[in-house]
Ligand binder design. Structure first.
Ligand code: NAD
Ligand code: GLY
Length: 363
């Protein structure tokens, strides 16, 4: 078992990473250590419930009043109506202020359960059991929670740190290939923004990663969590540094919005967006040449995209990127690289080079 600590004073918590965990005595002990009351509500979805719900329920049934809420699956259900289903279940089963919510699923379940925990009876505890690679390396760590609004993604939410994050690597064996690759985009991101050695390690181990070798995955997940924990510990509520975690995301959000969230998965859009951010950094002379090609090669090996969705043009990018949450005024703020493993957040870049990069990635 690998344990990482997220250091946030009285909101600090551990991340446990291991194989063969979700139905084990060890998981039972880890859960018990994080649960303060006698009531537990597991929140999951229709896809994950048949595979994993019983296993988690069985760990808890002897000691706690356990209820479960099974939500419909999909980003389109990450909204206030679905959130209300969680509150209704909690109230119907008479959960009180000492209850603990358990998020069993990917980022959609984690974000919604965390936000439910932030607001149910003005705040109760929650635990993350992430089951997608994206959730294990990114969304379950750092306390961003929330739901989408018809007028914008993740526009309603709160910072709410979990009591613990329990990661069973074996849950990734049931994840489909496309979702796995989308999570790998976020793993690669950590190498690009923070740790050049880790980027090199990913290149050297890409075959084992694609075949989901447990030891290789454990290292990649632990390293990713370590980097995310370090960034979040410095800037929990994204006053500055934390925005580097969004490398490629401003380009990617534009692609997701253009495709109405049905062309690219989030991680796929991030993969293509990171290529654009890296290429722009090279063109500006800030990053040594060759990194973009290395990134494109990794993306190819994972079957991730290296360019924009069909039909998207430069004006689409400018329009969608102008409304990004990271912008503080009218300028488009970008995360760019000043070297491999060194990210900055800036509006100070040559707009002509920026526009010509956008053009080159449009068909
Ligand atoms: P997701 O939660 O939609 O999961 C992807 C699909 O995989 C779903 O169909 C799900 O049911 C299925 N699934 C999950 N685990 C499985 C398993 N082990 N076996 C088989 N199928 C499984 O998507 P995601 O990529 O995990 O998360 C995306 C969400 O995360 C977005 O809403 C995004 O906004 C959010 N996010 C949040 C943060 C944060 O910091 N809070 C960071 C990144 C992304
Ligand atoms: N996924 C970006 C963040 O947690 O800040």
């Amino acid at each position: 078992m690998k344990t990482i600590h997220v250091d946030l004073g009285d909101r600090s918590y551990p991340i446990f990473i291991s194989s063969d965990l979700i139905a084990s005595k060890t998981a039972q002990t880890l859960l018990a250590d994080s649960i303060r009351g006698k009531q537990v509500m597991i929140v999951t979805n229709e896809t994950i419930a048949p595979i994993y719900l019983k296993k988690v329920e069985q760990l808890l049934a002897h000691e706690y009043q356990v209820s479960s809420t099974i939500l419909p699956d999909g980003e389109s259900f990450k909204n206030l109506d679905t959130l209300n289903q969680i509150f209704t279940s909690l109230l119907e089963s008479r959960h009180n202020r000492t209850t603990t919510l358990i998020a069993l699923g990917g980022g959609v379940i984690g974000d919604m359960t965390g936000y439910a925990a932030a607001s149910y009876q003005r705040g109760v505890d929650f635990i993350q059991i992430p089951t997608t690679l994206l959730a294990q390396v990114d969304s379950s760590v750092g306390g961003k929670t929330g739901v989408n609004h018809a007028l914008g993604k993740n526009m309603i939410g709160a910072f709410k740190q979990p009591q613990s994050v329990i990661i069973d690597i074996d849950t990734l064996q049931t994840l489909d290939k496309r979702q796995f690759a989308a999570g790998m985009a976020e793993v690669i991101k950590y190498g690009l923004i923070w740790d050049s050695e880790f980027f090199k390690w990913i290149e050297d181990n890409i075959v084992q990663l694609v075949s989901r070798d447990p030891d290789t995955l454990q290292y990649a997940i632990a390293k990713s969590c370590e980097i995310k924990a370090a960034v979040v510990a410095e800037d929990e509520t994204e006053k500055g540094l934390r925005a580097i975690l969004n490398l490629g995301h401003t380009f990617g959000h534009a692609m997701e919005t253009f495709g109405n969230y049905s062309t690219f998965l989030h991680g796929e859009a991030v993969a293509a967006g990171m290529v654009m951010a890296t290429d722009l950094s090279e063109r500006l002379g800030w990053l040594e040449t060759g990194i973009t090609d290395r990134l494109k090669k990794l993306n190819q090996q994972l079957n991730l995209p290296n360019s924009s969705p069909e039909g998207m043009d430069m004006d689409d990018y400018i329009n969608y990127m102008s409304v990004d949450k990271k912008n503080l005024d009218s300028d488009i703020r970008l995360v760019l690289l000043m070297g491999l493993g060194k990210a900055i957040i800036t509006t100070e870049y040559d707009k002509v080079v920026f526009e010509s990069t956008l053009k080159d990635y449009c068909s």
